[in-house]
Ligand binder design. Structure first.
Ligand SMILES: [Zn+2]
Ligand SMILES: [Zn+2]
Length: 251
């Protein structure tokens, strides 16, 4: 993820979608998000389950054997990636890949896939059907045994190769989003609010950061923007970094 975007992009106040999807953006964008049918009200953590993109040259035989219900074509933004489409912005190994979606709620795509792969190596492709249900997957996981060479990220639950752990927290947009998402949801549950939803609280950063509310403000950094939270009960913000403009902390 680029972190060198011009900081002026972030010098605005953010607002939280009031319908529970977990989306924050500038107030005008949230208003347009609420018009029409863009907000489903489903938390994004559920709407976008943890999937895995399997490169075209990995698990080739297994991918062929998997039912189509767990396979998706790779989509980047709104585009389906075609195997022959050359795009300098996408890694070449993404071409011809398959996105695997776990059929088991709460089990990420990579964990499901690697578990099934390990079981298939020992018992053949007959175990695949069994792994499609929650109870059946538990049995297949027993058959597969511990997944050597993998560790689980304690933040996002993704299964990582031991060599992939380094840098995952910094590189994985989903993982970084989850850290910020949980922080703001916890703060929200504790009474912190976006300035726009409170009466008498400035919604411009220069006013908020200079006025009497400045001691009751906290910032939570998402990969692409900063959530600004105010405590209407005027408890002091938690100990943390020096309060600066949402944009200034960007490198
Ligand atoms: Zn929403
Ligand atoms: Zn993670």
């Amino acid at each position: 993820m680029a972190t060198s975007l011009p900081s002026r992009r972030f010098r605005y106040m953010t607002a939280r979608c009031p319908q529970g999807c977990g989306w924050w953006s500038i107030p005008a964008a949230v208003r347009s998000h609420l018009r029409g049918s863009r907000c489903t009200g489903v938390p994004w953590t559920q709407a976008h389950p943890l999937t895995v993109l399997v490169a075209g040259d990995q698990h080739a035989a297994l991918l062929t054997a998997l039912p189509s219900s767990v396979k998706r074509r790779p989509v980047f933004g709104d585009r389906v990636v075609e195997p022959l489409l050359r795009d300098p912005l996408l890694p070449s190994r993404a071409f011809g890949g398959v996105v695997v979606v776990s059929p088991v709620p709460g089990v990420g795509g990579r964990l499901w896939l690697e578990t099934v792969a390990a079981a298939v190596r020992r018992f053949g492709v007959g175990v695949i059907d069994r792994a499609l249900t929650t109870g059946g997957f538990a049995v297949v996981a027993e058959l597969a045994g511990p997944l050597a060479g993998f560790v689980t990220c304690e933040v996002c639950g993704d299964l990582l190769t031991e060599s992939g752990v380094t840098g995952h927290r910094a590189r994985s947009t989903r993982c970084r989003w989850l850290v910020a998402h949980r922080t703001v949801e916890d703060a929200w549950a504790g009474g912190w609010r976006d300035p726009g939803s409170l009466a008498d609280v400035p919604t411009r950063w220069d006013e908020l950061s200079r006025g009497r509310w400045r001691r009751f403000v906290r910032l939570v950094e998402y990969p692409q923007w900063t959530a600004v939270l105010v405590d209407p009960a005027q408890r002091l913000r938690p100990e943390g970094p020096v309060l600066v403009s949402p944009g200034e902390r960007r490198r």
